[in-house]
Design a protein around this ligand. Structure first.
Ligand code: NAP
Length: 285
């Protein structure tokens, strides 16, 4: 058996086309969705991420406002800027690219964003909404992983899902979303003594570690769905995930590639969250 590839680029195209349609409908009613993207400093990887997000907005009819600040920007000045964007009715989502320079507290910044505009879903209130099963913004990467799993047509009900990694932005919200979809969920981390013992029992494995070859073929149950969130470089400097694709692909039923799996979906779900933020505002107008 060779696993069916879950094509994140194709699914992204489909979802972005739907976003573009709904954004056009909102714009026609005078509510064009707007996303503010803030970059502080000169981190080259962040600059690429931000460029891709702004371009995705342009392609989908979502207005983007890109603000770039010098690394010396004070925390107070950034908080002031966020307060102004919170009050701006043409802005429906606010994204501050992480990491921030050391003198700025990322928690303070995230909590300063109005919950109704927290399209990254990183604030404590958004996390609480997810935990309580209330309507709110889901963090884009795990939300995208759920869409990728849904696209296989396999129901999660009663399935055993193993999440490797417990970060606040990926692992933990991923586990909550899987739980909400009625999977039985196990969370593994760096303190888990025998990772393979857990993953071999999983119908679905989501790897979000940041270390290549964390999941190999001998650690996967035949027929499992494998979602690879990791972004790493191999010895040749090429992008690779946390999953050893060559040994896992013959065992799994479905697998996401790196690149072309989770990555494009993360930006797509940012567009979806921004669109939904604008739709909520338009519904109250
Ligand atoms: P993170 O904050 O560094 O968290 C990594 C998690 O992996 C931690 O919970 C850690 O456990 C766990 N871990 C480390 N070594 C392990 C091991 N040997 N066995 C089991 N668990 C282990 O990273 P993150 O932000 O969640 O991101 C994870 C990966 O996804 C990174 O490669 C990142 O670049 C990538 N990513 C990709 C996208 C995308 O759009 N494709 C988006 C976000 C992140 P402890 O908690 O015990 O330390």
């Amino acid at each position: 058996m060779t696993a069916q590839v879950i094509d994140g680029n194709a699914l992204s195209r489909q979802l972005r086309a739907e976003v573009a349609q709904r954004a056009a409908a909102l714009s026609a009613r005078g509510h064009q969705p707007g996303l503010a993207v803030i970059l502080v400093g000169d981190d080259p990887a962040s600059a690429v991420y931000v460029r891709n997000k702004v371009k995705a907005c342009e392609d989908s009819g979502v207005r983007s406002v890109f603000e770039k600040y010098d690394a010396s920007l004070t925390e107070a000045a950034l908080l002031e800027r966020i307060a102004a964007l919170n009050a701006d009715p043409t802005i429906h989502g606010i994204l501050v690219q992480m990491p921030l320079p050391k003198h700025i507290d990322p928690h303070k910044v995230i909590e300063a964003i109005a919950t109704t505009k927290d399209v990254d879903g990183y604030s404590v209130l958004s996390a609480g909404e997810l935990m309580a099963g209330l309507e709110g913004f889901r963090p884009c990467t795990p939300y995208g992983c759920m869409k990728l799993i849904e696209s296989t047509g396999v129901s999660l009900k009663g399935k055993h899902a193993v999440v490797i990694g417990r970060s606040n932005t990926v692992g933990k919200p991923m586990a909550l979303l899987l739980l909400q979809a009625n999977a039985t969920v196990t969370i593994c981390h760096s303190g888990t003594p025998d990772l393979g013992y857990h993953t071999r029992q999983a119908d679905v494995v989501v790897a979000a570690v940041g270390r290549r070859n964390t999941l190999t073929g001998d650690m996967v149950k035949p027929g499992a769905i494998v979602i690879d969130v990791g972004i790493n470089r191999n010895d040749e400097g090429k992008l690779c995930g946390d999953v050893d694709y060559a040994s896992v692909s013959p065992v799994a039923s479905h697998i996401t590639p790196v690149p072309g799996g989770v990555g494009p979906m993360t930006i797509t779900m940012l567009l979806v969250n921004t669109l939904e933020a604008a739709e909520r505002v338009a519904a109250q107008a």
